[in-house]
Design a binder for this molecule. Sequence first.
Ligand code: HXC
Length: 512
Amino acid sequence: MKPMDKLSQKREQIQELGGLKRIESQHLKGKLTARERLELLLDAGSFEEIGAFVVHRGTDFGIEKEQYLGDGVVTGYGTIHGRLVYLFSQDFTVFGGSLSETHAQKICKIMDLAMKNGAPVIGLNDSGGARIQEGVMSLGGYADIFYRNTLASGFIPQISVVMGPCAGGAVYSPAITDFIFMVEDTSYMFVTGPNVVKTVTHEEVSSETLGGASTHSSISGVAHFVAPNEVNCLNQIRKLLSYLPQNCEEKPVVQAYREDIREIKALDTFMPESPNQPYDMREIIEAIVDEDSSFEVHRNWAENIICSFARIAGMPIGIVANQPNVMAGVLDINSSRKAARFVRFCDSFNIPLVTLVDVPGFLPGKDQEWNGIISNGAKLLYAFCEATVPKITVITRKAYGGAYDVMNSKHIGADMNFAWPMSEIAVMGAKGAAEIIFKNEIKASSDPEQTLLQKEQLYLETFANPYKAAANGFVDEVIYPRETRIKIYRALKMLQTKVQQTPKKKHGNIPL
Ligand code: HXC
């Protein structure tokens, strides 16, 4: 065969993957092939493959007789919105996408290139795990990937997409990366599957219940994004990338937007009459950010806090906001973990933080204390303290107790702190405070109930407003709600050149 014909033949072979029958079976499961996924994810025609001719080196159990070009993973680079990304896409039609020594080497190669060139890595996972015929060679391959995931963490964005099985130790690569996407009904992740669970704990559980998309996006919090199907999932990844820079040394891309200083009059009448009435913080977010620019992370998990990418006048920001509609917006273990991780991501990649505060405090209770609200709440505190990106805070209503400090207060390094006029900034709620500090007076009173009410009012007037904090410079400005967008916009512009040095050290020791 002539050399050029041989190349043509091999090129054709590459496109065949594990064969028509297995491709059909993949489609029947509602899944796309590794190559179809890349085509949909990337800008049209931008994919360049690396390592298409790689084959495995296994020699046991007859596997040497079965060879497929590419060895179950398609790797390479391309562009999304015209910007470079590196990718690997596991091919379930070849040995169930299982990871061999050479399969791992292909992934490591593109991760190394991504780090040298400072561009994101996206991994599309669809794999039966370690290539059973290769034993420790496969395990070593996983560890090589985990090591690179860790080195790349905070240097380039890493996105994992689970589009099929992802089980055993294989889950730890996605777990180290910045974001995990899952697809409803066709993807699952677990350390030990239903069979092992049954043997060890005698529990009967399906793969879907144990580690499906809905479990991980609403119960465990392992998955940050969930999609109803693969096409939607791939589109969401494209959207996420639009907020991110290529690496930690770049700033996120500012989209073209008109100079926009509009007031939002409706916000002036938005707050409910009673300070204890819930409202949807999403409505405030939607009002102050650019139209359709909000993109929530962990939308269905720890819903008492909202973490969302968005834009103001084209500038990408990360929003952290208490959600009064869910558990009164209280901080608990999961919401602290969720927001801490988001804050650290934004700080790693130069995305300014905007914090919207309406928090009654930390959630009391045995469950929270026994499960470590102390060290978990400290994660969020630590993350905000450590962040050096521009940090802007708006208190919309309550900022009570330790939660006032934690939610990006002036004291922990916020650059601009605004408060709406109805803000209540105090150690605790007025009733509780009055009951403690005026205990004796109330007891001695002829009408204890009336005295308590009076004392409560006194406390409210003294502390439960923004002016004490503003008088001390802890709040820079008390603003009309309608001014919120313009105030944040101007603060973001003013802080564009912010540089903040931190003490030189190897790394901090966040309370994990
Ligand atoms: C080699 C594998 C494989 C594997 C699947 N295949 N998993 N080949 N190594 N790990 C092959 C099958 O032989 C089959 O080949 C093809 O892939 C499709 O598999 P099916 O079983 O037909 O598909 P399906 O019914 O969809 O089931 C998918 C599956 C199942 C649930 C993933 O294949 C499975 O349970 N596989 C084993 C999973 C596993 O135990 N892996 C090791 C986990 S431990 P043909 O030729 O028929 O197409 C681990 C440790 C990692 O991963 C440690 C890192 C530190």
